[in-house]
Design a protein around this ligand. Sequence first.
Ligand SMILES: [Zn+2]
Length: 412
Amino acid sequence: MSIERAMDILRKYPLCDHCLGRLFARLGTGLSNEERGKAIKDYLLMRIHERILSEGLSDELLNDIKALAMSGHEPSIKFLSNMGINASPAKCYVCGGIIFNRLDEWAITIANSLRSLGIEFRSFRLGSKVPLDILNRELSITTEFSISSAESIKREINRELGKRVSAILGVPFSREDPDVEAVIDVSTGSVEVQVMPIYVSARYRKVHRLINREGQGRWPIDKVVQAYGARDVIIHAGGEDPVGVRVLGNGRPVILQVVKPAKRPDINDVYPLLRDSNYDVVLDNLSRVRASAVDKMKARVRDYVITYRVLAITANSITDGSIKSLHDYFRNRQVVQLFRRGRRVRRRVSMVYELDGRVVGDRLVEFLIRCQGNLYIRGFVHGGYGNVEPSIAGTLGFSVRPVEVDILNISD
Ligand SMILES: [Zn+2]
């Protein structure tokens, strides 16, 4: 897009310095849109002046100066007034002249709104709601003149306000991972602020065998709420523990979403609060992560490799020889589980990688099963009422009832 086309645009649409400069955003790095728009208008006026000196004043050149004056270009207004022509600027076709002269005022409103949250924050993000008719007029110009170098008005508003708010608060702007966010509606000047959640990734262990109905045990959530001065904490776990199962070893991945935190303590200062034997769940390996970590974690759950310890009672006594044949049979074996809901049947395929066992007593066996995270472990042992194939009970040909299940390791 050549700068010469700017004259074609201004002949048709009066644009303020910001809105003209934005159309040529790829040209002249280091210039603000306002500086760029002004520079283009200066350049256009000089070109016209040069032609007047060589060819004399024509209607075409006079109209071009009038177009520049209409766009609010002071030197062009002065140029005309020296010729005894009065010209007054028109409202900018895109922004209507009601946005860029209010940035300083809005920045103060935004800074005050963020301060009034009364919380600690080390970075902020800004958004803006811009009336649709402004966005549509901007789009119609870039389309009509096939402009590909333009920046959007929203981006300019957010950046310019961001700079100002950052200077007032002494806190940096962060697009990716802010502590708080402010959104300004530029048609009303009203500001909405929100505290962004903190995401803490951890591993949890359940050291007691929980027999309560929930089976999820007591988490030290109240301690986390207290540490962050938070409204609430949402637990996103990497998979679900079967009821009554202890989670030992390295524990299961979990991400805690700390809602509306008022404080942002160092993660190392959170640990001591969690050390309390009144809880069933122990949290370790804490680290700050981004919101996107939740989806990433959940996407991996079915591919976790979990090692279970299962203590089971068998209907018949079991020999070392039959454990050896189970071991050989279930090496890298696919297991199919059927889930029936009404007439619908869902099929889930899981891998059992390795199975070991030892006879603990008469009709009492301990199994170590290394398998894919999505295996229905109890069903795999007892046969799932015919819905798990192959299973330990099915392979042995008599009933096998799991009495204790523990998770010894999770590779995620
Ligand atoms: Zn404008």
